[in-house]
Design a binder for this molecule. Structure first.
Ligand SMILES: CSC[C@H]1O[C@H](OP(=O)(O)O)[C@H](O)[C@@H]1O
Length: 350
């Protein structure tokens, strides 16, 4: 393997602050930023400087632990109340990816078990570090299970960026490609550009090129023709929130790819850690879908591509019904229908 290739990561804890790769300016600029306050973290998540369900959870966890380290109270009850207030603020940064709430809930539970403020401050940072290191291992496992389903000689398609920079490392949907590359095996990946924020053309192409994986960019509208002409053998995507019945929220455009997979009778895989499952909701209709600023659709990098007066519908995610999903690949194994039954087995002990 060419030693210049490497698998990029996007979030790091740096003693007393968070260091992130600013995904808003990739691929033209590889800029690292320091996040030192809760507002810094909220803004970075909301503006997609840090993005991707698992990476949002990791950054949110470090952000809450970092903020709590500066609480001045010595009263544990007051400390917990402050933590709950900051948790609510941070949770509001992006509503769809369940990993943010999942991570912040873990930190609140860790603090609630603490007997003193000092113990709570230590436990919060330790829990954030655990979430970060666990996610890397979960992603690597997802990659291993994915490699039992995907074969390097068969071209595959993906959308958005469910990659190493959207997680601790390796990614979810992109994990098999990075792992295969580490073992000298080359996948042929077709990446949809993923309008309007272009996570595919800006981030997935950049990330896979860094890692030496063979990636070809297509526009979202080219997906059907590409499947037909390039003989795509499978589609694999990430997830932001998976309901008990297997309905999956992911980047806008995913539902359309699932319909194409059905039409072309090729497998459609969702790759996600169990931290992306929301065991409190029955179906996809319960998943909040973030609608974003209309400007994101009407312009690109400040240049209007429609009229300034154009009305816009700009959902950042859609929900793929579970009947279009061939299997869900998790770090605990591959989940098949009947999804409600198989997903319930993944539910952590209370
Ligand atoms: C493993 S990342 C999961 C998921 O998050 C991305 O959304 P966004 O770019 O808005 O943060 C995308 O839907 C990925 O598939």
């Amino acid at each position: 393997m060419n030693t210049s290739f490497h698998i990029p990561v996007s979030v790091e804890w740096n003693n007393d602050h968070i260091k992130i790769l600013n995904q808003q300016v990739l691929p033209q600029t590889e800029e690292y930023m320091e996040l030192r306050t809760l507002h810094d973290v909220h803004e970075a998540i909301q503006s997609l400087k840090v993005r991707g369900a698992p990476a949002i959870g990791i950054a949110g966890a470090y952000g809450l632990a970092m903020a709590a380290a500066h609480y001045e109270t010595e009263d544990i009850t007051e400390f917990i109340a402050l933590l709950e207030k900051d948790t609510g603020y941070l949770s509001s940064s992006r509503p769809t990816a369940v990993n943010l709430n999942w991570a912040l809930t873990r930190l609140n539970r860790a603090a609630q078990k603490s007997k003193s403020v000092n113990e709570a401050k230590t436990e919060l940072l330790h829990e954030a570090i655990r979430i970060h290191t666990e996610d890397e291992e979960m992603c690597r496992q997802i990659g291993e299970y994915s490699l039992t389903l995907l074969h390097a000689e068969e071209p595959v398609m993906t959308i958005c960026n469910a990659g190493s920079i959207a997680t601790a490392k390796y990614g979810t949907a992109l994990a098999p490609f990075h792992l295969a590359m580490e073992r000298g095996k080359q996948f042929t990946v077709y990446a949809c550009e993923t309008r309007p924020l272009l996570q595919g053309s800006r981030l997935t192409v950049w990330e896979l090129e860094k890692s030496g994986v063979d990636v070809t960019l297509i526009s979202d509208s080219m997906a059907a023709y590409t499947i037909q002409e390039k003989g795509i053998k499978a589609i694999i995507v990430g997830a932001d929130r998976i309901a008990l019945n297997g309905d999956t929220a992911n980047k806008i455009g995913t539902f359309g790819l699932a319909l194409l997979a059905k039409a072309f009778q090729i497998p459609f895989y969702v790759a996600a850690p169990t931290s992306t499952f929301d065991f409190s909701i029955d179906s996809g209709s319960d998943i909040p879908i973030e609608e974003r600023n209309p400007e994101e659709l009407k312009s690109i990098q400040g240049i209007f591509t429609s009229t300034e007066s154009a009305k816009v519908f700009n959902p950042a995610f859609d929900v793929t019904p579970s009947n279009l999903i061939t299997a869900i690949i998790t770090e605990k194994g591959i989940v098949y229908p009947d999804y409600r039954k198989s997903i319930l087995k993944l539910k952590p002990e209370a």
